[in-house]
Write a protein that binds this ligand. Sequence first.
Ligand code: C5P
Length: 283
Amino acid sequence: MTTITLPAYAKLNLTLDILSKRNDGYHDLSMVMQSISLHDDVTVTLTEGNGIVCRCGMLPGDDSNLAVKAAGAFFTETGIPPRGLLIDIEKRIPIQAGMAGGSADAAAVLHALRALLAPELTTQKLEAIGAQIGSDVPYCVRGGTAFAEGRGEKLTTLKAAPRFRVVVCKPDFPLSTPALFKRSDTIEIVDRPDTEGMLIAIEEGDALGVSARVFNVFEAVLDAKERDVFTIKERLLSLGAAAAAMTGSGPTVFGLFIDESKAKSAFDTLKTGYAQTYLAEFV
Ligand code: C5P
C-alpha cells in the first residue's frame, strides 16, 4: 500500500474552562470535546522523491501547515527514515474557526503514516507526537467524546455522548487563539461550566443533562464587534436548539438539536445569512 485517504473530523467543545495560566505561557484547561461529521479528506501518498509536497487549496503547503509539521515530527520521533510524501487535503472545515481543522489534518497525517509505514505504533505514541504539533492534535488523534486537561493533551476517553444533530455557523470575522487567551488573563472568570455534571450526564446518556451544561468561558471575553456570536446563539435557540455555544476560541457557534427536522430548517435559515453554515452530527 502506498496511498491512503482518511477523514479528519472537526471538533466541538461541549465545555471549555480555563483553570490557570502556567509558567510556560500556556493555560491549564478543562474541556469536554466531541468529534462531528464535518470533515476534511486527507490523502497521504508515498512518493519516490524526497521531501514533502502538500496541496491544500488556498492554504500554504509549507512547514507552517500543521499537516506538514506532523509528517516531519513522525519521522523524527519514530526514527523511520524520511520518505517522499504527497499530502492532499480537501478542506471543508472552516479555517481559524475553533473547530481544530488544522489539528485534525495533522492527526489524519499521523494516522495515515502509521497505516503506511508503522502499524505497530500505539495510539498513545501518535498522540505524544501530536502534542509536539499543537495542543488540540492529541485529541484529534483520538477523536470521539473525550475529557481534555492540561494544555489539552491529557485525555480521558468518555462514553459516546448522546447523538445530537449539529448546526455549525461561522461568522465572518477572525478570532486569534493567543489573543483570546491574553484577554482571558485580564478578567476574573466568574461563570464556569459544570464540568463534573457534564461528565455525569454523558456517562448516564442524559441528552437534556448534556445540553443544559454546554458552556464556553471564552464567550465572556468577546467584545462588542464580536456580538454576532451571541446573535447566532440566540437564533439557534429560537430555532429549536437544545443548547448553543461558541466552540474553542471561536468564532464558530454551534447548536445541538435532538430533532433532525428542526436542525435542517435551522441550517436552511442560517445559511441564508452566513455562508459558512454546516449541518452535521456527533461521530
Ligand atoms: O498549542 P497551540 O500551538 O495550538 O497553541 C496556540 C496558542 O494558544 C499558544 O501559543 C498559546 O498562546 C495558546 N494556548 C494556551 N493554552 C493552551 C493552548 C493554547 O495559552 N492550553
